[in-house]
Write a protein that binds this ligand. Structure first.
Ligand code: C2E
Ligand code: MG
Ligand code: MG
Length: 761
């Protein structure tokens, strides 16, 4: 809400009161048939104008030029009226008419300045329409008023001439006034008041001229009434606070004045034509003036129509361009890219050219958006667009088809080799950092390459889809690389789609089950816990690995119900083993959790319900999350993990060392265990680098007070090395493969040998 300024409010009220008084005074002037009383009204109107103008100017302080114009108009009109009243001789009359002419000229100049300043881009258009209106009016005034008054030998010629010129200037004033009202900018209250004041004074001029032309007698009380109201409106203009913006550039109106403009211009064209064609020219001069005026009118109308057509064509071109370009980078969008691809396929038909499409996806762009903000994300996209455009050859077309996906079309490539070469150049271009506001950013890209078939049977959509499919393969292959499309990729996509559909029903069809891998304490050799791992046994007996279906479940959201099921199932197995004395009472259960589950607002209650139903202590449950959770939307994950910690549930970072977690994130996140990824363990016994890495990870965990579990232990030497490095716990095929819950009893019995493990050292 705006705070109301009391001075502004009261001045705007006074202005409207002046308008009301003006209307009343004008009406009174027409009703009273007494010259003396009318003179008093006129005088009062003039005096209030002087007061209003001075008060308004002093309060609102419009630019100095306004003062000059107001002063000039005041001086000219006062002297003109005094001269007109004082003497009836021709000298006085000439002086008086010259004064009125000077008023019109000053008014025209002032209006010209206001109109030019207020209406910026729409000026030419509104001037064109205004010219039509005033030319039409001029023809009417000429035929009906000026021409007859030249003939009538009522008054000396100089006076008549001056009056004619004043009327001509009035048409210019009318012209400027209409352009001001026709323009695309907002008309403020002051603009309306000023326009009405000038309009009424023009009406007064017209009535006066009609009277003087001898056609019709117009009594003074009628012809002066518009002036009276006009004087009040003029002072209201200066009193109203919006006078301050009178000569400023106005804001563009949301709705353009099309209808009013059309009606006025049509009337201005038709009425003069009717009048001219029904009234014969009086003499040669009349004929000449009519012909020239009509000719000018015709030229202006033609020019205006031509301009309207051009305007229309231009705005259509702008609209089309807007619909086909990406507003962020200015590159062609998907629809335009498809047009370009289709065109290049058409041209390549029966030539040896095979157009190529590169589908480029910026790797981990979501991380940039999440960690640096969307503003920086936009800057990165613009920088990528700029880099692509500047490094690619002229013949290629670059487009951005959505989010972080760019497409390059090479219409002139001949073979797959050319395409791969181009893709390699693009990949290399990403190796240089991008310069954006907070500093340099490194990004990589995954590129899918698709080449048009030699038979030319592919459509633009198909070629683009192939490049997209290949890009996904590049992503699967570890990002920052190129994949060239082949038909087998489509089969994979189809297969993925069928997995997606089948996964929806896997839970209700009881096709999912859990297997468990024991975790031992390296020092004691005892089994201290288990990790639950999911398996999907499809109807036809094939088992799908979680590495294949978990990412799909994650993407489609099915992981939320599936994950909830896994939690309860795993804890129920643990409860059963404890109850049957298969495992120690304090053994723990580790359950893998996907980022999507952590972002589910119900997750904490799902966990506590599973704990309650299985009667397992919260500290016996470990939730395993990957480093990715800390990267994407870390704040939300942080809140959920903290809540779980409060329950007593503990959190482990799975596959530690393969992601990008920073030390500061490790410190910020409520975690209690690091699981060292299999990749480091496999090289542990022979590779010095792996060994020093594992050593460092264990030292860091120790410093942060975290538990350590080595994953994927496959040999005694690895276990020995881990023991030497003082790693706390281990799991892996050496100890046990993941086993069915029913087999756990026998598995643990067989594991008895690890109880002797300390003796092995
Ligand atoms: P993870 O949590 O890191 O699980 C360890 C994976 O390593 C398991 O693969 C396990 O079978 C395998 N493994 C264990 N010891 C050895 C070894 O000595 N050598 C080798 N080569 N591999 C070993 P699995 O069962 O295929 O699971 C793969 C991944 O799928 C898991 O990695 C986990 O990230 C995910 N996953 C499994 N079950 C679930 C689940 O219920 N929910 C969620 N969200 N993810 C799951
Ligand atoms: Mg795990
Ligand atoms: Mg792991």
């Amino acid at each position: 809400m705006y705070a109301q300024n009391p001075v502004r409010t009261s001045f705007s009220r006074i202005a409207w009161v002046l308008v009301a008084i003006g209307l009343g005074a004008g009406l009174l002037h027409t009703l009273i048939d007494d010259a003396g009383a009318n003179d008093v009204i006129y005088l009062a109107a003039t005096v209030q104008l002087a007061i209003g103008v001075v008060a308004g100017l002093a309060t609102h302080r419009p630019p100095a030029s306004t003062w000059a114009f107001v002063l000039a108009i005041a001086v000219f009109s006062t002297t003109a009226q005094i001269f007109g009243a004082v003497g009836s001789g021709s000298g006085w009359q000439i002086a008086s008419e010259s004064g009125f002419l000077a008023v019109q000229v000053t008014l025209a100049i002032a209006l010209l300045l206001v109109t030019v300043r207020r209406s910026g881009t729409s000026l030419v258009r509104s001037l064109g329409d205004a010219l039509i209106v005033s030319l039409g009016t001029w023809i009417l005034i000429w035929v009906l008023l000026i021409e007859p008054s030249i003939d009538a030998i009522v008054e000396p010629n100089v006076v008549t001439g001056l009056r004619g010129v004043t009327l001509a200037v009035s048409t210019i004033v009318l012209f400027l006034l209409t352009s001001l009202l026709f323009s695309d900018v907002d008309r403020t209250v002051a603009v309306w008041m000023l326009a009405s004041a000038i309009g009424l004074s023009l009406l007064g001029d017209l009535l006066y001229a009609i009277d003087k032309s001898g056609h019709l007698e117009v009594a003074n009380r009628f012809s002066n009434a518009p002036y009276v109201t006009s004087l009040f409106l003029a002072s209201a203009t200066f009193v109203h606070p919006s006078v301050r913006g009178l000569s400023h550039r106005g804001s563009i109106r949301s709705r353009r004045p099309v209808l009013g403009r059309l009606i006025l211009t049509t009337l201005a064209l038709t009425i003069p034509l009717v009048v001219v064609s029904t009234m014969d020219p009086a003499d040669g001069l009349d004929r000449m003036v009519r012909t020239v005026s009509l000719f000018v009118l015709a030229v202006v109308v033609t020019a205006r129509v031509a301009q309207a057509i051009r305007d229309n064509a231009r705005s259509q071109a702008v609209l089309l361009e807007m619909a086909q370009t990406d507003p962020l980078t200015g590159l062609p969008n998907r629809s335009l890219m498809l047009d370009h691809i289709a065109e290049s396929l058409d041209r390549a038909w029966r030539s040896d050219r095979r157009p190529t499409v590169l589908f480029i996806d910026v790797d981990r762009f979501k991380n940039i958006n999440d960690s640096l903000g969307h503003g920086v994300g936009d800057d990165v996209l613009q920088a990528v667009a700029h880099r692509l455009r500047s490094m690619l050859p002229e013949r290629t077309v670059v487009g951005r088809i959505s989010g972080d996906e760019f497409v390059v079309l090479d219409p002139q490539s001949h073979a797959t080799g050319d395409a791969v070469h181009l893709a390699e150049r693009v990949l290399a271009a990403f190796h240089e950092p991008l310069h954006v506001q907070p500093g340099d950013v490194f990004v990589s890209a995954s590129i899918g390459v698709a080449v048009a078939s030699p038979t030319g049977s592919l459509t633009a959509e198909e070629l683009l889809r192939n490049a997209d499919t290949a890009m996904y393969r590049a992503k699967d292959a570890g990002r920052n690389c190129i994949a060239v499309f082949d038909e087998s990729m489509l089969e994979r996509v189809t297969q993925r789609l069928s997995v997606e559909t089948a996964l929806y029903r896997a839970l209700e069809r009881r096709e999912l089950r859990l297997v468990h891998q024991p975790i031992i304490d390296i020092t004691l050799g005892d089994v201290v816990g288990f990790e639950a791992l999911m398996r999907w046994e499809q109807e036809d007996g094939t088992t799908v690995s979680p590495a294949e279906f978990i990412p799909i479940a994650e993407e489609t959201g099915t992981i939320v119900p599936i994950g909830a099921w896994a939690l309860l199932e795993a804890l129920s197995h643990l409860r059963e083993w404890i109850d049957r004395g298969v495992c120690p009472v304090l053994a723990s259960m580790s359950v893998n959790v996907s980022p999507r589950q952590l972002h589910d607002p119900n997750f904490t209650s799902v966990v506590s319900e599973a704990l309650t139903r299985s009667r397992i202590e919260p500290r016996q449950l470990w939730l395993e999350v990957t480093e990715g959770v800390m990267m994407a939307e870390p704040d939300q994950a942080l809140v959920t993990l903290r809540r779980l910690n409060t329950l007593g549930v503990r959190v482990a970072i799975d596959d530690f060392g393969t992601g990008y977690s920073s030390l500061s994130l490790l410190q910020r996140f409520p975690i209690q265990r690091l699981k060292i990824d299999r990749a480091f363990i496999s090289g542990l016994a022979d590779d010095v680098h792996s060994r020093s890495l594992v050593k460092t990870i264990i030292a860091m965990a120790e410093a942060l007070g975290l538990d350590t579990v080595a994953e994927g232990v496959e040999s005694v030497r690895q276990l020995q090395s881990l023991a030497d490095l003082r790693c706390a716990k281990a799991q892996g095929f050496l100890i046990s493969h993941p086993v069915h819950p029913d087999s756990m009893e026998s598995t643990l019995a067989a594991l008895e040998r690890f109880t002797n493990w300390p003796k092995m050292r």
